[in-house]
Design a protein around this ligand. Structure first.
Ligand SMILES: NC(=O)c1ccc[n+]([C@@H]2O[C@H](COP(=O)([O-])OP(=O)(O)OC[C@H]3O[C@@H](n4cnc5c(N)ncnc54)[C@H](O)[C@@H]3O)[C@@H](O)[C@H]2O)c1
Length: 434
């Protein structure tokens, strides 16, 4: 099929590259001119495992352009995968989304299926269909297909998702998506047809449930610290029950990224607006916002409330390992709070420093390093903020070599406390080694 993918971020680019591997002819369109220039040179632009290789492999079926007209004209299917960031009141901002619809209405030359992959508020699918009907004489078949991929494993998730949900309104056809996704049927991926509203809510409800699990285990971790339990043992014990499951049950400094923080707020906004406030959602958000602050407060207490002049290395600036995405990274509140207590911060990341710097004020007490071992050299404490591979594989001897008196605050529970017995080691919801 002739497909255009509008918006080439984590969702759009991965969709484009994977679909091109299933004999579809895919045109990727983005208004970011430099991104398109790099893609035209064959550069995958995102650090997603397997993406570069797949881009090389499927290049025969891929075209990239920054011209909306070239991208959209003559296509049978349009994927909308633009960003839907949060407004100051927590609601979803649909400016980019409607700009994409406007481009479709303007440049479409034949009836089209429009598949909405962006995360949009419940009801948007029908509003989008009405908008296109008003803007263009052509017939559009608008389908809501929320995306469930996780950054860091996006290609894998896109190739074999746990399920696909297709929200199809009454009177719309399923024919196009059936043909488009024949490869999923062959792979036995569960395909669920629902109303557009159910598909849209299923997306938000799924993300919020995963965020709830994280906040729940973090709350239990706080209690575990008080009563001498080990949250990893607790989570393992709970997770062995298939009714509960072990996924998203890792205690730490909270969730970040471009989805959970904004999607929890957007659903909370919607629930309030519909006069059915969600108390679990409000608690999820609150616990998550407190988590990095409480962690820094533990460090502050350890140094008897005097962090002024103490040199502290923060390792991992992206919101999680295996990505350069810094959106809503817990490293921000961690560093900001350390600075507010007067600490001297050395911020380490292998590849996310330039992105990170864009969202934090320059500060003479904040320096950066992309060299892991030298970032730790001579500091009074190390704070682990994400699970990047090179951080995960640090050994106790690395901390001993770098610091006079090693003190490690592991915000991701990356190491076994027993393995760290030789140094002062603190983590989340587990006994400390001193
Ligand atoms: N990142 C994830 O893990 C993930 C997972 C599931 C769902 N989602 C949802 O998918 C959507 C996209 O997320 P993302 O992380 O890929 O976003 P992103 O910010 O990485 O990329 C969005 C891209 O869209 C482009 N764009 C914006 N407006 C455009 C327009 N009018 N025409 C052409 N290009 C335009 C931007 O230049 C950018 O390259 C969001 O709604 C998000 O909530 C994201």
């Amino acid at each position: 099929m002739e497909i255009v993918v509008i918006g080439l971020g984590y969702v759009g680019l991965v969709n484009a590259v994977v679909l091109a591997g299933y004999h579809h002819k895919v045109t990727g369109y983005d208004l970011n001119v430099s991104k398109i220039a790099r893609l035209k040179q064959g550069e995958a632009v995102l650090s997603e495992p397997g993406l570069q290789e797949l881009l090389n492999k499927n290049k025969e079926n891929l075209i990239f352009t920054d011209s909306a007209e070239t991208a959209i004209k003559d296509k049978e299917v349009a994927f909308v995968a633009v960003d839907t960031p949060e407004n100051p009141d927590g609601s979803a901002n649909l400016v980019h989304f409607y700009a994409a619809l406007h481009q479709i209405a303007k440049f479409a030359t034949r009836p089209m299926s429009v598949i909405i992959r962006s995360t949009v508020p419940v009801g948007t699918n029908r509003l989008a269909a009405a908008y296109l009907k008003e803007e263009s004489p052509l017939a559009f078949n608008v389908i809501s297909q929320p995306e469930f991929l996780s950054q860091g494993r996006a290609v894998k998730d896109m190739k074999k998702p746990y399920r696909i949900i297709l929200g199809v309104a009454e009177g719309e056809t399923k024919k196009t998506v059936k043909a488009l996704y024949a490869f999923y049927t062959k792979k036995h991926v569960p395909v669920l047809y629902t109303s557009p509203e159910s598909a849209e809510l299923a997306k938000y409800a799924s993300n919020n449930f995963l965020a709830l699990k994280i906040s729940y285990i973090n709350e239990m971790a706080r209690l575990a610290e008080k009563v001498g339990a080990d949250i990893d043992e607790v989570a393992t014990g709970m997770g062995l029950d298939p009714r509960i499951g072990k996924a998203f049950f890792k205690a730490g400094i909270g969730y970040g990224g471009s989805c959970f923080p904004k999607d929890t707020k957007a659903l909370n906004w919607l629930a309030d607006k519909k006069h059915t406030p969600s108390e679990t959602l409000k608690a999820t958000i609150k616990v998550n916002q407190e988590q990095p602050k409480l962690f820094v407060d533990k460090i502050n207490q350890r140094f008897h409330g005097v962090l002024t002049g103490k040199k502290i290395a923060v390792l991992g600036l992206a919101f999680k390992g295996n990505t350069t995405d810094v959106r809503n990274s817990p490293a921000y509140p961690i560093i900001e709070r350390l600075l507010s207590y007067g600490a001297e911060v050395v911020a380490y990341d292998k590849s996310a420093i330039e992105e990170f710097k864009k969202n934090i004020d320059a500060n003479e007490h904040l320096t950066y390093s992309n060299q892991l071992l030298s970032a730790m050299k001579g500091v009074q404490a190390v704070v682990i903020a994400n699970d990047a591979k090179e951080i995960k594989t640090l050994k106790p001897s690395d901390f001993i070599d770098a610091m006079d008196k090693p003190i490690v605050y592991d915000g991701r529970n990356l190491y076994k406390p027993l393995a760290m017995a030789k140094i002062e080691y603190h983590s989340v919801g587990r006994p400390s080694s001193r």
